[in-house]
Write a protein that binds this ligand. Sequence first.
Ligand SMILES: [Mg+2]
Length: 280
Amino acid sequence: MYTKPLVRSWLLGNLVIALLCSACVSPGPKVRQEKEAAAPYNHDLVMGILWQQHSGEYAALCYQAFNAGKAYIASLPLGEKPAVVFDIDETLLDNSKYAAWMVCTGNPWGNDTWEAWCHAREADAVPGSRDFALFLREQGIELFYISNRPASTTASTIENLQSLGFPLADADHVFLQESTSDKNPRLDRIRALGYDILLLAGDSLEDFDSTTRKWTNQERRAWADAKKDGFGAYRIVLPNAVYGTFESAIVPNYYGLSLEEKARARLEKIHSWKPSAAQD
Ligand SMILES: [Mg+2]
């Protein structure tokens, strides 16, 4: 059938648009299955994300943590090479938009998408974090940033930190994960440079003691109980209700479970009120 060139190009354009749209709304079976499986898990994240993004209480807890850090540092005689070590995610950078993307799209957490998020450099600052870092610099304290973000995201992570005004965010002070998630070797590198680490700030127990990483939650609680006097002093803890090792610590081999088994394990772990009167 003969068609004029203009009409032909219009038909071709619409065909391309139709194909593109069908690709958007019709993911392949494997992707669709992964999203359907991930959706209930992702939904568990909603309250934590809402709390982190909107509640005054979240901001207040962050300010409280950093205020405690300021008071502790102000109480110390500073030596020749004082240093403070920060974790990055949910300590200085707020990554809740990545978790929200998981909820909104149904995608599971993945190395590739997490790296893409890190490269996007769109994380906001945790409330009070930059002011605390600037306060430390005013005292002449060196800052180091240790994170288990993949080392391949170092340049993007540094740019994200710099864009938010974090001082000393450069290749000499930002140490991401290379061969091991254990932060102790990186802390030892800082100590080997002669620095006296006065304070650690993080949102996870392993930011303070990497041996806690493989422990059960019962053991992690016992560790926190034993170390209680150091919190708000040389250990500053930031709130994170969206994710953390506490989740994988609920049962052995958590990451080996299916999404359904993980959901069941989480439900089985919560302590429920059992009223004496018969109720459902
Ligand atoms: Mg963190």
